[in-house]
Design a protein around this ligand. Sequence first.
Ligand code: GRG
Length: 296
Amino acid sequence: MSIDFQAWTNSHLSRFESVLGDLLPSPDVAPQRLHQAMRYAVLQGGKRVRPLLAFAAAELVGAELSRAHIAAASVELIHAYSLVHDDMPCMDDDVLRRGKPTCHVQYDEPTALLVGDSLQTLAFQLLADHKLNDEGARQLEMIKLLAQASGSRGMAGGQAIDLDSVGKSLTVPELEFMHIHKTGALIRAAILLGAHCGAVTTEQLAKLDHYGKCVGLAFQVVDDVLDTEADTATLGKTAGKDADHDKPTYVTLLGVQAARSMANQLHQDALESLAGFGEAGQRLRELADFIVLRKY
Ligand code: GRG
């Protein structure tokens, strides 16, 4: 990671942390316990890959940072909700997330359920409350985009297929379908929402969408590899869970070597889709590098 990219990341993320803190309900406003748990699930945690992708896409089209903050926050709240629900006993039943006890362990199951519900609705409230584009129609498009990416034809649908696939053997296209929905859809949405905060053209959107599809899938392929290769302390979540839960992954289907090659191919495809952007696409290039080369 170049020093320049590291500095860009750090500066965006420290500002974004305080933006998130302001957008979330205050911990001393009733119902306090729910609001505290929402903040626990969102603040000071995670790599913030989706917000960084939104910032990079927004910068590419010269969008105002304050608008990109809202777009990025809406995606990160949906992501945080999905992690809280995914960790619950009725789904993956995990006790560790982002290096700390999962939300239902720290609080309780009903609270965790409501945290997820409330983060999800807050995400859409943000998109409706703040002016994100001078054209109202485009802003409506953004709301629709996030709804599709997170609903049954996006992330939640992918999760349903994932739950159904336990103990089964999927084909590579079936696995790809599942991951494009479960993980890829929200990553793709983060990039498009960032771009929609500025004057993005249809041609630029098509390139960014292809980039998003590639890095979204690459993210999951790398996640599958890390689940087998990295340790729990490095990941901040329980390692080796896919095998424990008898889940089909790129590693079980293809082996580590072929899974790594697939991630490398997706990485190349992602970079190619940015070719026409010149220097302006540099942050997205660096983020693609990070997604594929990360160790956690
Ligand atoms: C419950 C509707 C619903 C959906 C859950 C995203 C998801 C679907 C479940 C999360 C479990 C999981 C391990 C998904 C695979 C990859 C993934 C999305 C990992 C977590 O994302 P990171 O690594 O997490 O960006 P951080 O903590 O860094 O934000």
